[in-house]
Design a protein around this ligand. Structure first.
Ligand code: OFO
Length: 173
């Protein structure tokens, strides 16, 4: 059985992860409005993965006899000054999420909740990847530049992203 504190914290994390999806959808819409369909594709793939993250917490609470509660989402930003500005905002957001995952891991330690600890281990590693993948896009923009052929090349590159699996193998919605 999940504790009330862990249940509340994980319900909060469902909100954070769902907001991540919402934010990246908003960034995808921004990129489409600029004719940068490759960057929009990258953001939509990211949003899909975020929904998967929310679903992992949803399933974990449910499987441990807890009660899922969905909280309201804030309106995400919808305008950025440049592709770099949007990806910088994405990086900042991922750093915020990393902090939230670390808080959850600390709570699992404090409560000696081994099941949550094991489940959160995946998220700790995933956050390293999440920050790294945004940093790689920022590196690409630094090299390619944000105008003309360089920007087009970066956009085509990001169009190649293949969305990851939403849930672990064997787990279903
Ligand atoms: Fe769910 O990792 Fe990004 O936000």
């Amino acid at each position: 059985m999940i504790s009330q504190r862990m249940q509340d914290a994980m319900n909060q994390q469902i909100q954070h992860e769902t907001f991540s999806a919402y934010l990246y959808f908003s960034m995808a819409a921004y990129f489409h409005s600029k004719g940068l369909d490759g960057m929009a594709h990258w953001m939509k793939a990211q949003a899909q993965e975020e929904f998967g993250h929310a679903l992992r917490f949803f399933n974990h609470i449910n499987e441990r006899g807890g009660r899922i509660e969905l909280y309201a989402l804030d309106q995400p930003d919808h305008e950025w000054n440049s592709p770099r500005d949007a990806f910088n905002a994405a990086l900042k957001h991922e750093q915020f999420i990393t902090g939230k995952i670390n808080d959850l891991a600390k709570l699992a330690d404090d409560e000696n909740d081994r099941a949550a600890g094991i489940m959160l281990q995946w998220f700790i590693e995933e956050q390293v990847e999440e920050e790294d993948s945004v940093n790689k896009v920022l590196d690409l923009l630094n090299i390619a530049g944000e105008q003309g052929p360089g920007l087009l090349m970066a956009d085509r590159e990001l169009e190649q992203r293949v969305p990851g699996a939403i849930l672990p193998p064997g787990e279903t919605i």
